[in-house]
Design a protein around this ligand. Structure first.
Ligand code: MN
Ligand code: MN
Length: 468
């Protein structure tokens, strides 16, 4: 019998996945750190979809992007953007080839789970004033009590003007909070399942406790709070009717770990991919071969519906306008396009090992995580990219030395998730899901690894620069 060198054979035949720190080039580490610092500043500036869209536009304009207006002539090298109702941003760097040859898209979302104010939010109870909230997206309610919160958004007035609200973000600002029961009286609450221990209708923001006026008067704390709001913003109680005010964690991004290898922040999902998609586009040094398109969508966390969601015709309108400028049919452009649907995935957490399938889990520091499919149960709600599309991305990433892994989100039948991929694929655009693995996803403070953030940025760049 012939003797085989099994060690050599394994090297040749077995999967070569390993920790990204054993792959990344030393000289890339300072670039990674500086990229992550910029990302952290982006997070701090954009804690809501509106603030994130505004920060996106600020950075884009600094990089030479200008608003696209329908009918404008376009030529190779043009850097254009359209902002959809202040909440979603679409950017394009016009390439050398015609749009008939397709575009290279990176699509992410910039909305994140949070607590929205109800239309009649303000009330007084037991001589304290509160705002009623309605949670947005998939939150674990018990995580949102007893943490400092800040409030952002707009109050749209009947005269067509609107007022920007910011309570808690500026230096020295007061914060808001949601109370919880003390352990001494929490015996019954502690017996309840996590999902029902904090009912949604108890997620009320504490606003104040100091009364004004005569002691025999009523609603004196509510009046004092309303007066403060009126003095600062000129609004009255009925104006809450047409407002979008969002309570978000009052915590900025910071390094996590003694080795500073990770980033903790509110809203990594999905600004970590959004920033990568944006920054990779802004960093293109010259016109790409195919037109590069960055889509930063709103409303993903509640199903991508609505005028600012990925299902909205706003994206098709933007693309059709660009196509028309080159006398190209939109459907021809779409069928030749590729989209990397960039959204976070679940990072393997050894404290909750039972929900993951280790052989198909995404690991921290193993790079950008590709997901052939997301969805739940039997791949329900997944666009399930074809093998050819996965092979295409493997090639792009390997050629650009992008560190990547492929994974599923948790064990089969354990739960699941979805993102904008299916809405891109439904448009007849080849689409693959990919994104940064996150620890404690959807929590008020999520954690990601710096290496994975940076590799995701490199992945986006590889997509924009692809020639085929
Ligand atoms: Mn997401
Ligand atoms: Mn999410």
């Amino acid at each position: 019998m012939e003797k085989t060198d099994s060690k050599e054979l394994k090297k040749q035949l077995f999967s070569t996945k390993k920790n990204g720190y054993d792959k990344i080039a030393r000289e890339e580490l300072p670039l990674m750190e500086s990229y992550c610092r910029d990302y952290m500043a982006y997070l701090d500036a954009g804690k809501t979809e509106r603030l994130c869209a505004a920060e996106t536009i600020r950075l884009a304009e600094k990089a030479g992007y200008r608003p696209y207006v329908r009918g404008m002539e376009i030529k190779t090298g043009d850097k254009l953007y359209v902002c959809n109702r202040g909440k979603a941003v679409m950017l394009a760097h016009i390439g050398e080839k015609s749009l008939a040859e397709g575009v290279q898209i990176a699509a992410a979302h910039i909305d994140a789970p949070r607590l929205d104010l109800k239309p009649n939010p303000l009330y007084e109870e037991s001589e304290m004033a509160f705002f009623k909230t309605h949670y947005y997206g998939g939150i674990r309610k018990y995580q949102w009590v007893t943490i400092p919160l800040e409030l952002h958004g707009v109050v749209a007035l009947k005269d067509g003007t609107s007022v920007q609200v910011n309570i808690g973000a500026d230096n020295g600002d007061p914060k808001l909070i949601i109370t919880d029961l003390l352990p001494h009286l929490g015996q019954e609450q502690s017996k309840k399942p996590l999902g029902s221990a904090i009912p949604a209708e108890t997620l009320n923001l504490l606003l104040g406790s100091r009364p004004m006026g005569d002691e025999d008067d009523s609603s004196r704390v509510k009046l004092a709070v309303m007066k403060l709001l009126h003095d600062k913003y000129g609004i009255v109680e009925d104006d809450f009717t047409s407002a979008e005010l969002e309570a978000v964690p009052a915590m900025n991004a910071c390094d996590i770990g003694l080795d500073r290898s990770m980033i903790g922040a509110y809203g990594h999902d999905d600004r970590v991919c959004g920033y990568a998609a944006l920054r990779a586009l802004l960093d293109l040094e010259q016109a790409p071969v195919k037109t590069a398109v960055c889509m930063l969508a709103d409303k993903e966390e509640i199903g991508s519906d609505g005028v600012t969601g990925m299902q909205s015709a706003a994206f098709d309108t933007f693309m059709e306008d660009l196509c028309e400028a080159q006398n190209v049919a939109l459907r021809v452009c779409y069928e030749n396009s590729f989209c990397l649907s960039a959204d976070v995935t679940a990072a393997y957490d050894p404290d909750f090992a039972e929900v993951y399938e280790r052989r198909n889990a995404a690991f921290v520091n193993y790079g950008i995580g590709l997901c052939k499919y997301t969805g739940a149960r039997g791949k329900s709600g997944a666009s399930d990219a074809d093998a050819e599309t996965v092979a295409y991305v493997r090639r792009l990433f390997d050629d650009a030395s992008v560190i990547w892994q492929i994974a599923e989100l948790g064990k089969v039948d354990m739960g699941g998730g979805g993102t904008v991929a299916m809405y891109m694929a439904n448009r007849n655009i080849n689409t693959l899901d990919a994104g940064v693995p996150v620890l404690s996803m959807h929590a008020p403070y999520e954690t990601v690894s710096k290496l994975d953030c940076y590799e995701t940025y490199k992945g986006m760049k590889a997509v924009y620069l692809a020639e085929k």
